[in-house]
Design a binder for this molecule. Structure first.
Ligand code: HEM
Length: 142
């Protein structure tokens, strides 16, 4: 069931609908972006991906979990061929979407969090490349 509560991130309030509006508009852009549609070619079910990522941000912002799902972003991104060029494009589209869909305060807060997560993913991805090599190989048993 989709929650009707709000989440409060350091004094900045988001409804579930705010989060869904951003995630939905963002991945519609990703789907047709010349650069990002390549790694995102692995996504077979976009509505499911959008639902999963909406839940991801909702729970990261402190909302109660309502889906039975586990996330393993470093591994998924390594397998998707994550790199800094993709990240820079991802963040640029994400920032544009935040500005369009949210108030300036909400957009600023979420941008700070997304930038930080991007940096964290990059560092973890560098460690995985060092360990397993720069492969986009889903057969690696890790
Ligand atoms: C701050 C930046 C990013 C955040 C916060 C983020 C977050 C996430 C999360 C939480 C998932 C779900 C992971 C799971 O199911 O365990 C995901 C999936 C995915 N991400 Fe990202 N992501 C970011 C950047 C990128 C970039 C730059 C790429 C380009 C390679 C990318 C490609 C993907 C793909 C292809 C999936 C789907 C993987 C699958 O379900 O097989 N992401 N992302």
């Amino acid at each position: 069931m989709i929650p009707d509560q709000t989440v409060d991130v350091n004094g900045c309030v988001f409804t579930h609908q705010d989060i869904l509006a951003v995630v939905d508009a963002f991945y519609r852009r990703v789907e047709t972006d010349a650069l990002l549609k390549v790694p995102f070619g692995s996504v077979e079910d976009w509505p499911e991906h959008i639902a999963k990522l909406t839940h991801f941000w909702w729970t990261r912002f402190g909302g109660k979990s309502y889906m039975d799902v586990e996330y393993s972003p470093p591994l998924k991104h390594y397998r998707a061929g994550f790199n800094r060029e993709f990240l820079s494009r991802w963040l640029s589209l994400f920032h544009q979407t935040l500005q369009e869909k949210l108030t300036p305060d909400q957009a600023k807060m979420w941008k700070t969090i997304a930038d930080r997560m991007g940096e964290g993913l990059s560092l973890k991805n560098d460690m995985m490349i060092e360990r397993f090599g720069p492969l986009r190989d889903t057969s690696i048993p890790i």
